[in-house]
Write a new protein. Structure first.
Length: 429
């Protein structure tokens, strides 16, 4: 090798350009060594397992020669971004390194932060100041700005991690030409196309744990225990813990329950129990017979959902009122607790540490094979991928006919043969 050629090679290896991200300077190798840019974001509610997924994507991508950019606060980053190299966009995106994701990878929540932003439905008051001359309607579709911002960042592939709301917008971007590979996340486990969503196992584990802790107080005072859990449209987070023995009964969004029947069953369970207590798990989206969902207030989020809350309180009040009818004329006291964010905070369990790692690597496998427009999934105990359109093609809810005993208000099961890990998490057939 000639001296001049050797110098050229060394110069090519050390030549770099300066890339400014989140107010810091990063030196990145130039030339053909960078395969492309992968952006990753987390949207909707936080769950344990998001950071392990971000870690898996980042480490594998960097080692495969990609640059990884973390988009902060979900879709909000791509709405608020200012396309000016001198503007401080540190609230909107950051460069991801192995060191950074290794520190966060074992923890709960999402260090990229999250929001419930829907760029296709931005209220006039929430339009960024620098865009208000162009977008002044009551509701504004800022998708053109999102596309420009992705292009400005040089994003080749986008990996959104979220539930059906977050990922429904990912479908929109895919239809607009963005190369998207999606990862399902929601503790309700209700993203269509997959048996498992990141966060579900930890949620079920926490519900079982807390129900077992609270039953000591219920038993000490011989009371009925009402526990409200998350689940807007799907009752999996109430069904699985009940099946596991954490509760006697459960009421779910898919079936409007009769409060008299629920009261009768709980008092029957209580009187049969030597410790004189019984437990019911209540999905936040559960509805009284002849009624509708109970909302905390009328304000809707960016995806058109009102904030649920209060069904547990109402059930508790009605049970106490009705209890004399089924307890020889004597009223019973009721303990009422909303488990709420206690089941979505903290560190992931084993499954929510392993599955996100696998999902992240599945996403990278697709990208390395130049495949996009897919949702990584678990189906029938095997990792796989599905067309991303499955997210908006159907709904994933409890199959009441097969899985819920409407007379006994508890899960129905006869055989577990060939069922998935979490028994009732497959889509309706």
């Amino acid at each position: 090798m000639g001296v001049a050629h050797s110098h050229v090679l060394r110069l090519h290896c050390v030549l770099s350009y300066i890339f400014h991200l989140e107010g810091r300077v990063f030196i990145m190798a130039s030339g053909n060594s960078k395969k492309g840019v992968i952006a990753i974001l987390t949207g909707g509610g936080d769950v344990p397992g998001l950071n392990p997924a971000i870690r898996a994507v980042t480490i594998r991508a960097i080692r495969e020669g990609y640059e990884v950019v973390g988009l902060r606060r979900g879709w909000a980053s791509l709405v608020d971004m200012v396309r000016d190299k001198d503007h401080d966009n540190s609230d909107n995106f950051q460069h991801l390194s192995e060191e950074l994701v290794n520190r966060a990878g074992r923890t709960g929540g999402t260090f990229l932060h999250t929001s419930r932003t829907n760029p296709s439905r931005i209220n006039r008051d929430n339009v960024p100041l620098h865009l208000r001359d162009s977008y002044s309607a009551d509701r504004n579709d800022l998708t053109p700005e999102v596309l420009k911002n992705l292009s400005w960042l040089g994003v080749d592939y986008l990996i959104p991690i979220g539930g059906d709301d977050t990922l429904s917008y990912a479908v929109r971007l895919f239809q607009e030409g963005v190369k998207v590979v999606a990862i399902p996340k929601t503790m309700d486990n209700d993203v269509p196309g997959t048996d498992y969503c990141i966060g579900f196992s930890t949620c079920v584990t926490r519900i079982i744990e807390m129900a077992n802790r609270l039953r000591t107080s219920a038993g000490s005072h011989e009371r009925l225990l009402v526990l409200e859990v998350f689940g807007r449209y799907a009752g999996f987070t109430a069904m699985l813990p009940t099946m596991a023995g954490a509760a006697n009964r459960c009421v779910i969004p898919e079936f409007k329950f009769n409060i008299d029947r629920l009261t009768e069953l709980l008092i029957f369970d209580r009187n049969k129990n030597p410790s004189k207590y019984s437990v019911v798990l209540v999905s936040e989206g559960a509805m009284f017979e002849g009624g509708d969902m109970i909302f905390e207030h009328e304000v809707k989020d960016a995806f058109g959902h009102k904030k649920l809350g209060g069904i547990g309180n109402l059930i508790s009040e009605r049970i106490k009122e009705l209890s004399p009818r089924f307890n020889s004329g004597k009223a019973l006291d009721v303990m009422n607790q909303s488990l709420g964010y206690l089941v979505r905070c903290g560190d992931p369990d084993a499954i929510d540490s392993i599955v996100p790692m696998a999902y992240g690597n599945l996403a990278l496998d697709l990208i390395l094979n130049k495949v996009h427009g897919r949702l990584v999934v678990l189906r029938n105990g095997r990792y796989d991928n599905m067309p991303i359109e499955v997210i908006v093609a159907t709904k994933k809810v409890v199959n009441v006919k097969e899985q819920y005993n409407t007379e006994r208000l508890r899960p129905r099961y006869k055989s577990f043969e060939m069922k998935p890990l979490f028994i009732m998490t497959s889509d309706l057939g």
